[in-house]
Write a protein that binds this ligand. Structure first.
Ligand code: PLP
Length: 407
């Protein structure tokens, strides 16, 4: 059983004061903090192994390549991918989705085809599909959400038709917290002959992920939200889809041969990794995967469930506070809320004075906020290093914020 104080001891950044108060970091949905194991793995690479990967014959290049490719294997095992060849390193979820929208979308979409997404998507799973449907003449459709902040399944059944070529949806909303029934959604899409892209930015860091059990065609996620550094993200794709897809970016490493008039492509995953990759960051992501695996994803999920249930009860008791999205049992470890009479930015600014870091705004999910008729929310999000005592401080700080604004 992991010990929370031992976990916290691994995160140097947590042991500081903000405005003379102990830092309470409740913004892991935006980006997680990094344990020293990740920071040290990256420093070790720069201090001992720094060299470019794949092309070198010398020892440093071989060690760098072994660490970089070792991280690919760790990530493949973490999401139960059949092969590390199906793991493409990109910068983040956004780039992974753009890769599929461009490489797969431009090759397969035409007028009359439909791309289906949902109203609870992050902008990174909306805008790439707007761009590619505009470019190809295909139509973009949205599964609506309900007042409870869940997908409207009756509407989904109407919207999924033989015209749907791809259904791209989030496994977990970064505003509503809703955990979607990914396996069921994929099954429904496959039943009409559509492929699927799962936005795993909020699910992979917090829940066990098995792409084979889910039968996911594509899965996108960001290393920086799962204890890794910024700059290293992942696109998982089924081998046959990746092999059939044209490249997204052209350049070194992704080619087999280059002639003056044409080029041929490298095998996967290299076909999609043009240029020098984020080597240290990918190695850091590998160390993050080791860390999460050692702690155990089941424990992390159970811990976050305890935190979010407790926070739900405490915050719901505050007068004028309204939480968006479903009850704790059907959500992940985050709560986005409004407080009557106080702008979310003011909530975040007051909480900061108490050392509590939360995010305020539309969280790159404007259509969700439009649906609820509000411009912004404040959001507290939890991860493996947060405690029940921190939820108490958040609650007390919110009560004080009400007093400050006289509501
Ligand atoms: N999808 C969801 C659900 C997210 O929460 C985020 C980031 O908050 C993203 C996609 C985009 O992630 P990134 O900015 O790392 O590309």
């Amino acid at each position: 059983m992991p010990d929370i104080q031992q976990i916290r001891a691994d995160f140097p950044i947590l042991h500081q004061q903000v405005h003379d108060k102990p830092l309470i970091y409740l913004d892991s949905t935006a980006t997680s903090q990094k344990p020293r194991q990740v920071i040290e793995a990256m420093a070790r690479y720069y201090q001992e192994d720094n060299a470019n990967v794949h092309r070198g014959i010398h020892s440093l290049a071989e060690r760098a390549t072994a660490s970089y490719e070792g991280a690919r294997l760790k990530v493949a095992r973490f999401i139960h991918a059949p092969s590390p060849k199906e793991i493409i390193f990109v910068r983040n979820t956004t780039e992974a989705i753009n890769l599929v929208a461009n490489a797969w979308g431009r090759a397969h979409l035409k007028p009359g085809d439909e791309v289906l997404i949902t109203q609870m998507e992050h902008h990174s799973n909306i805008v790439p599909w707007q761009l590619v449907t505009q470019a190809t003449g295909a139509t973009l459709r949205y599964v609506p959400i309900t007042r409870q902040g869940e997908l409207d399944f009756a509407a989904l059944d109407q919207l999924l038709t033989e015209r749907t070529k791809i259904f791209a949806f989030t496994a977990m909303s970064n505003v509503l917290g809703t955990i979607n029934p990914v396996a069921e959604l994929i099954k429904k899409a496959h039943a009409v002959g559509a492929i699927t892209l799962v936005d795993g930015a909020q699910s992979v860091p917090h829940l066990t992920t098995d792409v084979q059990a889910l039968d996911a065609d594509f899965l996108a996620f960001s290393g920086h939200k799962m204890l890794g550094p910024t700059g290293a993200g992942v696109l998982y794709g089924k081998r046959e889809l990746l092999e059939a897809m044209p490249p997204f970016l052209g350049g070194g490493e992704m080619i087999r041969e280059v002639f003056m008039d044409q080029s041929t492509w490298n095998t996967i995953p290299h076909k999609f990794e043009a240029g020098t990759p984020a080597i240290a960051e990918v190695i850091g992501l590998g160390a993050a995967v080791d860390y999460l695996t050692n702690i155990g994803m089941d424990w992390i999920h159970a811990h976050e469930q305890e935190l979010v249930s407790y926070a739900w009860d405490r915050l719901s008791a505050i007068e004028g506070l309204r939480i968006l999205g479903p009850e704790p049992a059907r959500r992940g470890g985050l709560l986005a809320f409004t407080l009557e009479g106080v702008h979310p930015h003011d909530i975040a600014a007051v909480l900061d004075m108490f050392g509590v870091a939360v995010r305020a705004g539309h969280h790159c999910a404007q259509p969700v906020h439009d649906f609820f008729g509000i411009p912004a929310t404040a959001r507290a999000s939890f991860y493996l290093y947060n405690t029940l005592e921190e939820v108490d401080v958040l609650t007390e700080a919110l009560e004080k914020a009400r007093a400050v604004f006289g509501v």
